[in-house]
Design a protein around this ligand. Sequence first.
Ligand code: GDP
Ligand code: CA
Length: 330
Amino acid sequence: MRIVVLAGGIGGARFLRGLKSAAPDADITVIGNTGDDIHLFGLKVCPDLDTVMYTLGGGIHEDQGWGRADESFAVKEELAAYGVGPEWFGLGDRDFATHIVRTQMIGAGYPLSAVTEALCARWQPGVRLLPMTDDRIETHVLIDDPDAPAAEGADEGRPARKAVHFQEYWVRLRASVPAHAVIPVGAEQAKPAPGVLEAIAAADVVLFPPSNPVVSVGTILAVPGVREAIADAGVPVVGLSPIVGDAPVRGMADKVLAAVGVESTAAAVARHYGSGLLDGWLVDTVDAAAVGEVEAAGIRCRAVPLMMTDVEATARMATEALKLAEEVRA
Ligand code: GDP
Ligand code: CA
């Protein structure tokens, strides 16, 4: 069975660990989000690709869900001693090595897809990990800019706005201010990375893990051709809700959902993806009342436990997703 999964960071990576356990013989291709990528200290950092690679390769900091286990921070402390920031982005010594290798290879002319493959040769994640694109896409978030003069004309009185990098919004500001828009800068000119459209066309099933629907899965779908390829593949497309009991299980997905006008409910996220894309949707048992609403939108829906407390519980979620895919196919 060939499975394609569109993954962000923590939610995607943890789901993939369960999927591998539930379907050990499946051929899994992961299309990873690169909209969160950021250049820091002259290095290219790909947080979501690395979270998938470290989680599946056994190097992840388990409690944190990102970065390396057994980490130390000597390089960051030395940089800080020179007054060189940003201090708000956590980069440990072990993690730095990954970004140095990646940046060196990109400097030598290799595309990100080839670099990712080279990094995965060490980590052996047991899936084929592809960046969504080799081109640069950077997610920006539009927020109020209290320091700028207020807008004039039609917008008079409304505070001026500015765009900040997604990491600045998420990590530095902790999504504490309203997001007015989420913009995948560069997406219109980007092309899917080699292998992405081919994997979708050859898939038996496409899964959306409980990743952030806006800044993880949404950004991947913004790469021209990807959404169309999934809709045209003619195979079941099944997703799992990252929203449980009307709130994200972890993180601040509600803030970026609000920016795109979507309520933080499992049913609203399903409708946001839409029946043109999604055939099946799993909601948590606490949201069982939402099943009817999702099915009324033309998406087959089941309520099952969706908390990824351990690999076994996550494997059961993956099994339910594959079961729903078979129902859709039939
Ligand atoms: P990020 O890039 O690290 O933010 O990770 P993702 O985009 O892949 O996943 C983030 C989403 O995972 C958040 O919106 C969470 O609500 C969701 N999530 C995290 N843990 C769980 C869980 O145990 N169950 C469910 N259903 N969702 C989860
Ligand atoms: Ca991310």
